[in-house]
Design a binder for this molecule. Structure first.
Ligand SMILES: Cc1cc2nc3c(=O)[nH]c(=O)nc-3n(C[C@H](O)[C@H](O)[C@H](O)COP(=O)(O)OP(=O)(O)OC[C@H]3O[C@@H](n4cnc5c(N)ncnc54)[C@H](O)[C@@H]3O)c2cc1C
Length: 626
């Protein structure tokens, strides 16, 4: 019979300082599962938390048990009684030292008598269903217990200690995780949990992260998720989602980051096949040796999966179109587990929907793109200071829209300080001639006092490479981003005025204008679910507080038409209607009924197939403002 077996150590001063550590290390070496530190309230004894921390540092796998049920309030009558806040802090600290290994409730293990034999231990385990621990005082006693470690040769999948299992979230069928995913799945009690819990901008505590490596495994993950329809479900590629909730609290995440291959299919047609987990930085680096590039967003850390299912407004868009305009095929695992290929001729409806509203229809497992020939580009980072923000914004609008389509200049600013605003301009000129680059950028120099400048001839790859790498420790975003997004047809003086007023409120710390036009507008609004082809700019505002952001943003609404979902965090019904014009939304809903009738995929601009939009909270921000 397989059960968890451990020892109990006493934190007394009878031991040499190293004796408990030696015993704990030996217990780990001998395959035991748990070492419980028994508190000894006597003066002179080593404090049990201190000993537990010491043992945690000296070992790497074994669970550490410490009986520390938290008192609800300090006890003024007992000077030795622990303070709840001190206990909580100690618990958090030791959990950081030994993530997922610490158990702090004596009810989660059972103590058997010191002279128990194998049969007695098995009987206790069978009766109780908890890990069994036996008090030991010496190496000899420990060796005797270690010889009774149950035979686990027949146990399947990844084994988790009772400490790790104690972190499981109620309502998730952990034991029912499909065999194909069990080895790579991450639970709250696993050491690698901290590296998968949060995303770039959002903190999270999912109950289970499934990490499929193949389309079949994605199908298994979706089948598992469909057995938990009441739980939040996040779909993750590289974790840079702003609108998409690719993490959550207590729910499931399907992370396809491992599917990140980049392959050239046809050199003559410049056809490449890319997995959703690749980042744009890696894509740019892989295409550069061929003299190619695929326009993406402005940050190379963003993932292919999230961006290529939404739009992709970037530095090459005015010349080469949106990222979705280069998609020639998408392969998706749809909620019923089928792998479906969508192209202009195969499943064309789905192909239309995926390019703009893809997150609602399936989990993309591969994209085929026809990429562009892109040589050296001019790349500019300019910083201006202006005391007339309104006029600078207005003029920027004129210049960015009038620029030839090889020139794309984005503007970022925030709250003016002491009447002075700082404007950051990020511009790319897709032209290998340095004189032309200078000519294209020179008009922008009138936007204010030039405080910093860097203009270089480089490759698209180098610009994407400016993004930081995410290492094995993962992303560590926290909280919840608040962002508003919209399109404007033209940057009018009235918009510049109202945007300036909004920035002066201080409610917006990040405001970006992405220049559109050019090749984006060459594509018919009916060709993809991304229907806003004619706006001159995409506008984003981020703020620390949603209510303040809404109040500041409200006056801008009159200037706007539609929104780009990738930068919007509001989940009100109106927002869904802003993201998709009525005829597009109707068509998407009809398709949703076909591909996802139970609305499993809903973490990003949820298109409820029933039409009763599930984005609705009780009150919309607009009502809140009124
Ligand atoms: C710093 C930064 C800069 C950005 N700059 C730009 C920019 O210049 N232009 C632009 O267009 N966007 C930009 N974005 C927005 C970005 O494109 C989206 O947030 C995108 O969704 C992130 O993709 P991801 O795979 O990294 O994110 P994830 O968090 O992994 O995914 C986000 C959402 O996309 C969906 N999704 C992810 N993978 C899949 C999949 N395989 N199949 C189906 N749906 C999936 C899910 O709904 C998910 O919640 C930027 C974002 C950040 C954080």
């Amino acid at each position: 019979m397989d059960f968890e077996l451990g020892i109990v150590l006493r934190a007394t001063d009878e031991h040499q300082a190293n004796a408990p550590t030696d015993l704990a290390k030996l217990a780990e070496e001998r395959g035991l599962d748990l070492v419980v530190v028994e508190p000894v309230p006597a003066d002179g004894a080593i404090d049990s938390w201190t000993l537990a921390a010491w043992l945690a540092g000296a070992t790497s796998r074994i669970g550490i048990g410490i009986d520390a049920r938290r008192p609800s309030a300090p006890d003024p009558a007992d000077s030795a009684a622990p303070y709840p806040s001190v206990i909580e802090r100690a618990r958090e600290s030791i959990d950081r030292l030994a993530p997922g290994r610490v158990m702090t409730d004596a009810a989660t293990w059972v103590v058997a008598s010191a002279d128990s034999d194998a049969a007695a231990l098995a009987a206790v385990a069978q009766r109780d269903g908890r890990p069994v621990v036996v008090p030991v005082n010496s190496r000899e006693e420990l060796e005797r217990i270690a010889a009774l470690v149950p035979d686990r040769t027949r146990a399947k999948g990844r084994r988790r200690s009772a400490a790790a299992r104690a972190r499981r979230v109620a309502g998730i069928d952990y034991d029912g995780v499909p065999e194909s995913l069990a080895e790579t799945a991450v639970e709250p009690g696993d050491p690698e949990y901290a590296s998968v819990a949060s995303t770039y901008l959002r903190g999270g505590q999912p109950g289970l992260v499934l990490r499929p490596r193949t389309p079949d495994e994605v199908g298994d993950a979706l089948a598992f998720a469909s057995r938990h329809p009441e739980l939040p479900l996040g779909i993750r590629s590289a974790g840079h989602g702003i609108s998409g909730r690719s993490t959550n609290k207590g729910g499931l995440v399907i992370d396809v980051g491992a599917m990140d291959s980049i392959e050239v299919l046809d050199v003559d047609r410049r056809l490449v096949r890319i997995g959703p987990g690749a980042t744009w930085k890696r894509v740019a680096a892989a295409l550069a040796p061929y003299g190619w590039a695929l326009g993406s967003g402005d940050y190379g850390g963003v993932g292919v999966g999230g961006l290529a299912t939404a739009g992709g407004i970037g530095f090459l868009s005015r010349k080469h179109g949106l990222t979705i305009d280069h998609v020639r095929a998408v392969e998706l695992v749809v909620p019923d587990g089928r792998l479906v290929r969508a192209t202009a001729t195969e499943n064309p409806d789905l192909f239309w929907a995926v390019r703009g509203a893809g997150a609602n229809f399936g989990i993309a497992t591969a994209f085929e793109f026809e990429v562009s020939e892109v040589g050296d580009v001019g790349w500019a980072q300019l910083m201006f200071v202006t005391n007339d923000l309104e006029e600078s914004l207005r003029r920027y609008g004129e210049l960015a829209s009038a620029a030839p389509r090889d020139t794309t200049v984005f503007l970022v600013t925030g709250q003016p300080q002491d009447g002075m605003a700082r404007l950051q301009l990020y511009g790319m000129v897709d032209n290998p001639d340095a004189d032309t680059v200078v000519e294209r950028l020179t008009p922008f120099l009138e936007l204010g006092m030039l405080a910093q400048q860097q203009v270089v001839m480089t490759r698209y790859e180098s610009v994407m490479a400016l993004a930081a790498d995410v290492g094995p420790e993962g992303q560590h975003g926290y909280g919840e981003p608040h962002s508003r997004s919209a399109f404007i047809d033209e940057l009018t003086p009235e918009f510049a005025r109202d945007a300036t007023r909004m920035l002066e409120t201080g409610a917006v710390h990040f405001f970006e204008l992405r220049a559109m036009g050019g090749a984006i507008a060459d594509v018919s609004p009916d060709a993809t679910a991304f229907a806003f082809r004619t706006p001159a700019f995409q506008v984003t505002a981020m703020g620390a507080r949603d209510d303040r952001l809404n109040r500041a943003w409200a006056p801008l609404r009159g200037h706007m038409d539609g929104l780009y979902l990738s930068f919007e965090t509001d989940r009100t019904p109106q927002t869904l209607r802003d993201a998709f014009p009525p005829r597009v939304l109707d068509r998407l809903r009809a398709l949703k009924r076909r591909y996802d009738p139970h609305n499993l995929l809903r973490d990003n601009f949820d298109i409820d197939p029933s039409g009763a939009t599930s984005l609705a909270p009780a009150q919309t921000p607009r009502e809140a403002i009124a």
